[in-house]
Design a protein around this ligand. Structure first.
Ligand SMILES: [Zn+2]
Length: 374
């Protein structure tokens, strides 16, 4: 039913557009023009200016060709670094990059499937309810674009975010809360050779603290990581400052609290033992969500998956997406897995078949009668 050649061409063109976080201008303009050609009215918010970017979030609306509750679809316009100068090509059954950059299937697969899906609906005269599309910026910077998005302008009450690795047919109904933290250890400088007894090493405090931390996989639903440690100086001075950046995630918000308390306690005691102190700032990134399998978007996505002949799997995710933000604002939203593999690496790729299935899934979700009609 879909036009596969056009789908692959759109996908590869989108991949080849430079679109690292806060630098989505070209991508926003390209996608906007495509949406307008499909009949959408498109607006851009002012979030670009607020976050130091060169493009805002796009909101596109298309009237329904039949009555029905409006549906929200959402993707993000940016991609992780290195995402400039992407050269996508077909290799066997896959689309890949040249290995020096990511491919950007995360999230161009979602964008291309949405665009081709809507084109198919229009060309085939398939009835559809009103559609709202939100295309966010800087999603890869801990959802900063959607966090600043005014979701009060949306009328949809069910949403589908096309933004997860995994096979088409897999539906994410649960995702973790994430909190980041920054810890600055303060020691005391002294000459490292003459009188180190007068000093207190901030690097030593941080090192001891890290060695005592429980990190990485804490339990099946909780993780913690230190992503950065920075301090620099000459070897003949006891270092007075060392900074750590880390994060904690859990599907259970209470466990985020417990883990952060444990990390904080560990850092404070290590700092005190070695004669210094530590300043810790916790930065909430996004809240968790958990939807039941019988919520409207989950059921609708599942029925549509069965219709296109792929197995349905409801599952949690270890990562956040714009669905965390929509759900926190009362808009029930699931994440559709897009079929791409090894996202966020230069080995990122997508099977041609998965890209086609993703598009068919979009068409099936939109043209699926809502629960009310059954
Ligand atoms: Zn993504």
């Amino acid at each position: 039913m879909i036009n596969r050649e056009r789908l692959f061409a759109t996908f590869m063109e989108l991949c080849s557009i430079d679109s690292e976080p806060t630098r989505e201008r070209q991508m926003a303009d390209n996608v906007r023009e495509r949406l307008e050609k499909l009949g959408f009215s498109v607006s851009e918010d002012g979030v670009g200016d607020m976050i130091g970017g060169n493009a805002g979030n796009l909101v596109a609306r298309l009237d329904g060709s039949e009555a029905g509750a409006p549906l929200l679809f959402s993707c993000h316009l940016d991609r992780v670094v290195p995402g400039v100068g992407v050269k996508p090509r077909i290799e066997g059954d896959f689309i890949v990059s040249d290995g020096t950059t990511v491919l950007g299937a995360d999230d161009a697969a979602g964008l291309a499937a949405l665009l081709e899906g809507v084109a198919t609906l229009r060309e085939r005269g398939i009835p559809h309810p009103p559609l709202e599309i939100v295309l966010s910026v800087a999603e890869e910077l801990a959802l900063v674009g959607s966090r600043h998005f005014d979701s009060g302008q949306l009328t949809a009450r069910s949403g589908f975010v096309l933004d997860a690795a995994g096979k088409v047919g897999e539906i994410v109904i649960q995702a973790p809360e994430q909190q980041k933290f920054k810890a600055v250890f303060h020691g005391r400088s002294a000459h490292a050779g003459f009188d180190p007894e007068q000093g207190a090493s901030a690097i030593q405090m941080a090192g001891v603290a890290i060695s005592r931390m429980q990190l990485l996989r804490i339990d099946p639903e909780t993780t913690a990581n230190i992503g950065s440690i920075s301090a620099s100086g000459p070897t003949n001075i006891v270092p007075e400052r060392c900074e750590l950046l880390g994060e904690v995630r859990s599907l259970d918000p209470e466990k985020v609290r417990i883990q952060l308390d444990a990390l904080t306690g560990t850092m404070e005691s290590a700092a005190a033992e070695y004669g210094g102190s530590v300043e810790i700032a916790v930065m909430p990134c996004y809240p968790s969500y958990k939807l039941a399998e019988d919520t409207e978007p989950a059921r609708r996505a599942a029925r549509a998956a069965l219709r296109i002949g792929v197995p349905v799997l409801f599952r949690p995710s270890g990562g956040g997406s714009d669905a965390n933000i929509f759900n926190s604002r009362g808009l029930q939203t699931v994440v559709l897995c897009c079929g791409y593999e090894q996202a966020h690496t230069s080995g990122e790729r997508i099977p041609l078949e998965q890209l086609e299935l993703l598009t068919e899934w979009v068409v099936a979700i939109v043209s699926e009668g809502s629960d009310k009609n059954r």
